[in-house]
Design a protein around this ligand. Structure first.
Ligand code: ADP
Ligand code: GLC
Length: 488
């Protein structure tokens, strides 16, 4: 099967979160199973700088907001996908530094509607015809709102490929005004609640939901949650109306990149064998050295992630003073995001310089060192479509402490007398997204940490979970096949 993936980010070229990881690891898994996946991204400045060879395949003329853009279709070479990375080059829209979605001051680029409409128009053309190759996709797999208009544009052409749309995060929906809709010259009949109109705006995410052949999200639990008002962001009605056109397929992780046995960032590689505890201690010491903390004999907590409300970072900020006052745990935190959270974390480091290290920014190296070097990983997300960090920590034998939501429910088994006896416990799961519930679960984890034998058992059970892509990649294959068959 030929599949064209369309997305706004992909590791290792440009990544702001888990979407980037999945855009690398899922194509790789599908290719291993015998499919041919190609990927198309916007030609951001950082992407152009990170690929080896670039060839121009052709030029097309694409309407934007009142102007037409000359768009170059490029093909780049990349190790995993070989020659099959396509780039949509429109310097006016994508030749910008840093984060793909926001300016360095943290605000969204003001022309995002135009940027991703032009990208989606170009991708829809590739769905039908790619210059200088006879390869045609049977399925166009679009990810998140930035590609939501692709199935919409394809609905207007004869004999389009099948389309799959995956929601990685419903909280980001690409909503723009009616004026913007008009400026972009989108078909007038789309402005209706049946199509892309959404509470007085238009929504690119909704276009993906309405116009694609099938919609998936990244865990079975999140697929159910988003059909309720609590998690649906007012899309619950549309989502419920999709019926069995909406399914949840759990993300996997890249077992080559996130592998404690080979990870090049670690002081000592390790497996779930007799040397586990000793290797963990070496990595902990290395992490403490690199962040300038002491306390190799004290429990060490970790967090890596975007500093936004979704991740429950405010719950961590709320409990840290009492954790530092009442226990001997220390913490290393890596992240960037919402300014007020960054500010609160800086105040906390000033108040507890010997107990807390905060690295504001992005660091691939430190993310790996934290997964391996801390004793427990905090992920109190209010909602979590899937979450990759808890899976990385499971693989690194670092029990995650998670809120019972979305993909966290589908990947972490709470530690209890029963799950310890059954040898299925892999972490700690709390029910309510409150500081009290997180605090109380963390205290239970710290208590168990005081029992090295049981702690070791939870860590090594976590490491043995099946977290790779194979099972889920096969589910995508079945879905693609069903979509293609339905079109015949
Ligand atoms: P989300 O996609 O919602 O941000 P995930 O858990 O699915 O959450 O994926 C987050 C990914 O981004 C992981 O690979 C994580 O290591 C990475 N990441 C997030 N913030 C940082 C950071 N500041 N430095 C390095 N990696 C980060
Ligand atoms: C989103 C979600 C996260 C998920 C990732 C990859 O960013 O917030 O839960 O793991 O996409 O699908």
């Amino acid at each position: 099967m030929n599949i064209l993936f369309a997305a706004s980010e992909a590791f290792p070229f440009i990544k702001t979160g888990g979407l980037g990881d999945v855009m690398h690891s899922l194509p790789k898994a599908l290719n291993k199973l015998g499919d041919e996946v190609r990927l198309v991204l916007p030609a951001y400045r950082d992407v152009l700088a990170s690929v080896d060879t670039i060839r121009e395949l052709g030029k097309i003329d694409v309407p934007g907001a009142g102007v037409r853009h000359e768009v170059r279709i490029l093909r780049a070479h990349e190790d995993i996908l070989g020659d099959y990375l396509y780039l949509i080059d429109v310097p006016d829209l994508f030749d910008r530094p840093g984060n793909p979605y926001v300016h360095s001051d943290g605000y969204a680029w003001p022309d995002n509607a135009e940027r991703y409409t032009v990208f989606s128009r170009a991708v829809a053309l590739l769905g039908k015809w790619i210059p200088k190759t006879s390869w045609r996709p049977h399925v166009l797999h679009c990810h998140d709102w930035q590609t939501g208009l692709v199935p919409a544009f394809l609905s207007m052409v004869h004999d389009p490929p099948a389309t799959t749309f995956t929601i990685h995060n419903l909280a980001y929906d690409g909503r723009f005004s009616h004026d913007e809709f008009n400026r972009l010259g989108l078909p007038a009949y789309w402005w209706s609640p049946e199509y892309v109109e959404f509470y007085g705006d238009f929504s690119m995410l909704k276009a993906g939901l309405i116009f694609s052949d099938h919609v998936t999200t990244v865990s079975p639990t999140y697929a159910k949650e988003i059909c309720t008002p609590e998690f649906g962001y007012r899309y619950e009605g549309v989502l419920r109306s999709l019926g069995d056109k909406l399914t949840g397929i759990l993300n996997g992780i890249d077992l080559d990149i996130w592998n404690p046995q080979t990870d090049k960032y670690l002081a000592q590689n390790y497996a779930h064998d007799a040397h586990f505890a000793e290797a963990k201690a070496t990595n902990k010491q290395d992490l403490l050295n690199s962040v300038g903390l002491q306390g190799s004999d004290k429990p060490l907590l970790g967090f890596v992630g975007r500093l936004v409300e979704q991740k429950g970072i405010d719950l961590i900020i709320a409990i840290l003073p009492r954790i530092f006052a009442e226990t001997d745990a220390n913490m290393v935190l890596l992240g960037s995001g919402h300014m007020p959270y960054e500010q609160d974390l800086l105040y906390l480091t000033a108040a507890y310089p010997d107990r807390l290290h905060v690295h504001l920014g992005y660091s691939e190296d430190l993310a790996h060192k934290i997964e391996a070097g801390v004793d427990m990983f905090l992920m109190p997300s209010r909602f979590e479509p899937c979450g990759l960090n808890q899976m990385y920590s499971l693989r690194y034998g670092t029990p995650p402490i998670v809120h019972s939501t979305g993909g966290l429910v589908d990947t972490v088994v709470d530690t209890s007398l029963l799950t310890i006896r059954e040898k299925t416990a892999t972490g700690f799961v709390f029910e309510e997204p409150t500081a009290e519930a997180l605090d109380s679960k963390l205290r239970s984890a710290l208590e168990l940490y005081g029992n090295p034998k049981l702690w070791h058992e939870v860590c090594t059970t976590a490491m043995q979970q099946d977290l790779g892509w194979e099972t889920s990649a096969r589910k995508y294959q079945e879905l693609y096949q069903a979509e293609v068959d339905a079109k015949k």
